[in-house]
Design a protein around this ligand. Structure first.
Ligand code: GDP
Length: 457
């Protein structure tokens, strides 16, 4: 539970645990600068201007040097938390970090809870809840697409839109409630036709946002992509070909901790995750029936399907296949593999008649074209949705509830329900919208959201 008061001064390492060139310790709260100053020698930090950096040493109680450090000083309200803050950059040794933390604690600071810096930023009005959550997403982003979604959310486009809708709903609610005061006189301050048309617009917008969730999730977590096809169609070969370059890039980055590389590739900033690829490799020896079942299951789980056909055998019923794939109602590509075994004429004919992609997984032909098609497909999907993409389950939940209450309000207007019930239903929609940006939040919800952050954030 985050029950501490805001007057506390909190500290935490802001850089990851372990050895590094430098580590950063964050201090925030009313006495952040004084507390830092007490353990720092070199300059009186209480006298320096905001946004300045100072070189000096931090010593043990006995006066021995723990480390040479740089301290950045921020005066309230011009810091991340809007509180007095310092950031101590020391050498990246876990021992040094621990010793400096101990010194800060001995001077009256306390260890920060997970997410407490961001929680303070929220409570001090730096940003709303949706923006605070985007900070966590931003830190966790692993591709350009997920970074973009988080960055947009953090900069407040989504919040702004929700705020606008909410204040317009509040305006209507106020008018409807005013009617209650004049109940005897049968007046209508809130024009019902206007209210209805506004509600229809909002409902449509909220629905679009709800629709964008599936896509937002995909951008945030990568696109689950299934490579399916009969045994020996060349699925593993294709996967290896696709992963090859990626693996080379990843292992070239010195000091990377990711020694186990997942089966995923990043194309033009978009992450494609190949699902259940271990099983894929096994299908070669399993009997056909099980293979079909597995393939179907995999296709259900995926957002995108690459269906491989061995073009040198063509044992598939292509009409049937196409129908099956269409029934799944998700984007797919039929890939004719092993076209290195076919003549150029045959390839041209296949491409023309079946609108499929011809590749050779083994000889790495048509792979660039496949990648280009994958990127285009994703970009096309993105455009078809509103500019704002929902990627947070909590927002999705609140929007789904908003949607339901908006539907209820619309039905209320149709049935000319009593004014007090109408007002109550509008209030409900307002409350759900408010939950997203933190206009109405319980302490429990805040605890839940911020406890998912890491310490030091
Ligand atoms: P899977 O069972 O679908 O995973 O198929 P594999 O990737 O294991 O491939 C089955 C066989 O087809 C292997 O002998 C591969 O070398 C071969 N193969 C895969 N792709 C191609 C290709 O593009 N051209 C040719 N000629 N052979 C291929």
């Amino acid at each position: 539970m985050l029950t501490h008061t805001l007057s506390d001064t909190i500290v935490a390492p802001a850089s990851p645990a372990g050895v590094g060139a430098i580590a950063v310790i964050r201090v925030s709260g009313k006495n952040a600068i004084e507390i830092t100053n007490e353990i720092f020698s070199g300059k009186d930090l209480t006298q320096v201007p905001s946004h300045t950096i100072h070189f000096g040493t931090i010593r043990s109680e006995k006066g021995e040097i723990i480390d040479e450090v740089l301290v950045s000083v921020f005066h309230e309200p011009n810091s991340f938390t809007k509180e007095n803050s310092t950031e101590i950059s020391c050498h990246g040794s876990p021992y040094i970090v621990e010793q400096i933390l101990k010194r800060l604690l001995s001077k009256g600071a306390r260890m920060a809870e997970a997410g407490e810096f961001t929680k303070r930023a929220f409570l001090n009005g730096r940003f709303d809840l949706a923006q605070a959550e985007a900070v966590a997403d931003l830190i966790a982003s692993t591709s350009q697409a997920s970074h973009q979604v988080a960055m947009k959310q953090m900069r407040g486009g989504f919040s702004q839109k929700i705020k606008e809708l909410r204040s317009e709903l509040i305006r209507f609610a106020a008018l409807v409630e005013l009617e209650l005061d004049f109940a005897e006189e049968d007046v209508e301050f809130a024009n019902r036709a206007e209210l209805k048309s506004f509600l229809q617009n909002v409902t449509q917008y909220v629905n679009e946002l709800l629709q964008s969730f599936a896509w937002g999730n995909v951008l945030k977590n990568g696109i689950p992509t299934a490579i399916v096809g009969k045994p020996n169609a060349g699925k593993s070969t294709l996967l290896n070909t696709l992963l090859q370059e990626e693996k080379a890039i990843v292992s070239d980055i010195a000091g990377t901790t990711r020694d186990i590389i997942e089966d995923e590739i990043v194309l033009d900033g978009i992450r494609f995750r190949f699902i259940d690829t271990a099983g894929l490799r096994e299908t070669q020896d399993t009997i056909e029936a099980i293979g079909v079942e597995r393939a179907k299951q995999k296709m259900q789980e995926a957002s995108l399907i690459l269906y491989l056909v061995d073009s040198s055998e063509m044992s598939e019923n292509l009409d049937f296949l196409q129908k099956e794939l269409q029934n799944l109602q998700k984007p797919y590509f039929i890939l004719f593999n092993k076209t290195d075994k076919l003549s150029a004429e045959k390839i041209a004919e296949l491409e023309k008649t079946l609108n499929a992609l011809c590749i050779s997984a083994k000889e790495q032909k048509g792979i660039e074209k496949l990648k280009k098609n994958l990127i285009e497909l994703v970009k096309k999907q993105k455009i078809s949705h509103s500019d704002i993409v929902i990627s947070n389950v909590r927002h999705y939940d609140a929007l789904a509830k908003t949607y339901q209450s908006l539907q209820k309000v619309l039905a209320d207007i149709e049935t000319a329900i009593t004014t007090d019930l109408l007002a109550a239903d509008i209030r409900e929609a307002i409350r759900y919208l408010g939950e997203i940006i933190g206009e109405v939040t319980s302490e429990d919800l805040l605890d839940y959201i911020f406890s998912k952050f890491c310490i030091g954030k």
